[in-house]
Structure formats: C-alpha cells, structure tokens
Design a protein around this ligand. Structure first.
Ligand code: BTN
Length: 256
C-alpha cells in the first residue's frame, strides 16, 4: 500500500507544512534529502516522506530501522531564534506526536525525555533534530520523525513497539501525518510568540514518562542516579540528584 499525497492534503490545515511535499518509495535518509533541498532553496515547512529508508538514523548515530508500514519523514524549520531553543522544538514535536497518536490511533502515549515516545513501556516513535546554525542564529533545523505505525514486532528492534500492535488495527498513515502537522503548526506558531514552552507546560508535564521515579541518566559527567521531578520551560529536565535539584540539558534515561 502506497502513501497517498492526496489523502495527506485532505486533512491538512497547516499553511507552513503544506508548501512543499516530496514523497519517495525509498531513500537513504529523509534527513539527507531534506538537507539538500533546503540548501537549494526549499522553504520552511518542506516535507520529505519515504516509505522505506536504507540508512535511517537515530540520535547518537544509531541505526533507525525503517521498513514499509512506518511513517518516516523530515520537515524543515527555520525558527527566528538562537540554537539554544532546539531542545524545545524537539519537545513540541514530541507533544504533537502524542496528540496525533491520541486523535488517530485513540491510544495514550508518553514522552520519554528528550525525544522518545513510549506506549506500554516500549518505544513507538523517535525524533531527531539536526541543526545548522550561524553564530547566534539558527539557519535551519531538519526535524526527523519516525513512527512505527503498521509494522509487525518481529520487524522491529526488541525494545520497540508499533501502533498496529498496541491497538490491534491498521492505522491510516496519511491521517496520522496530517494530524501531527496540524498540531505542530499550532504549537510552533504559539511557541514563536511565547519563546518558551510555557503554553504547553501543563500538558507536557503530564505526559512525562518516569515522573517522580528514580532513574539512571547518562550525562556529560557520566552516569548518575536521580529522581525525575519536572521539565523546565527551556526544555531541560529537572532531576533531584542527591538532595539537590539539578537541570539536565542532554542525556539518555534508563530505568533502574
Ligand atoms: C531516535 O529516536 O533516535 C530518532 C529517530 C528518528 C528517525 C527518523 S525516520 C525519518 C528521519 N530520517 C532519518 O534518517 N531519521 C529520522
């Protein structure tokens, strides 16, 4: 079954994310195709989707398994801010995925800070934001999203799940994508005014996985244990380490 551009456009209300759509059957990585398009002048909101990827990549240089049945795409963002807001964009994307999954698959998902979406203890989606910046200004961000939609568990890594497995039905990829883009348009537009996550804090806080739990986190200083308390409006994670609250800018959480 091929992804239909017409079906995507049918439910898309976004002005930003309807400017340019590039749909492929197979690419190396939608991130790379999008980057070349931006460099040759494609505007903010350009979308590259592919039914499969041969070299899909995740954070920390990990492979991203991208078989048919998943939603693999990248979009171009040019926020009028400095590079320090990039983590907040990732969280807006995470929030938009949770909203789209709830609207279209009718199932609750959580955000594993900073960039994973989990259902029933397993990863269902991931986000990668790759940025090009010029001193204090962002030139562009290629925001790459992978959602395991209609994929059998045997075709995914052991720690992953898919929406079709969790809901026991096939989920329309096109509706999921339009819903995500509509939500991202709403939150990105609000973010450009607020310049931080304050309008979304209540929602994001409620979706935070492992809140009030003691976890292990890899930081630049090595592995530390602590309790997840909250998210700051600038996107950093607030943890209690020892008896002090500490702000974490980047890292990878694992359950104890
Ligand atoms: C992660 O969880 O580490 C991020 C995964 C991001 C995967 C998506 S799939 C579409 C886009 N193209 C890529 O090569 N990666 C992202």
């Amino acid at each position: 079954m091929h992804i239909s551009k017409e079906k995507i456009l049918l439910n898309l209300n976004s002005r930003i994310f309807s400017r340019q759509f590039h749909l492929f059957e197979e690419v190396s990585s939608t991130q790379d195709i999008l980057r070349s398009l931006i460099v040759s002048g494609s505007p903010e909101g350009t979308i590259v989707i592919s039914e499969t990827q041969t070299q899909g990549r995740g954070r920390l240089d990990r492979e991203w398994v991208s078989p048919e049945g998943g939603l693999w795409f990248s979009t171009a963002l040019i926020p009028p801010f400095g590079p320090e807001i990039a983590p907040q964009i990732t969280l807006l994307a995470a929030f938009s995925i949770v909203q789209a999954v709830s609207d279209i698959a009718d199932i609750a998902a959580s955000i594993k800070w900073p960039n994973d979406i989990f259902i029933n203890g397993k990863k269902v989606a991931g986000i990668i934001g790759e940025m090009s910046s010029h001193q204090v200004a962002i030139k562009y961000i290629t925001l790459g999203i992978g959602i395991n939609v209609n994929i059998l568990l045997e075709n995914l890594p052991p720690c992953a799940t898919s929406l079709s497995y969790e809901t026991q039905r096939e989920i329309p990829l096109e509706e999921l994508l339009s819903s995500f883009l509509n939500h991202l348009d709403d939150s990105y537009s609000a973010f450009k005014v607020s310049k931080d996550l304050s309008p979304f804090m209540d929602s994001i806080r409620n979706l935070l996985l492992y809140k009030n739990e003691t976890v292990e986190i890899s930081t630049a200083q090595g592995m530390v244990q602590g309790t997840i308390l909250d998210i700051h409006t600038d996107g950093r994670l607030i943890m209690k380490i020892g008896d002090k609250p500490r702000m974490i800018s980047s890292g990878e959480i694992s359950q104890l």
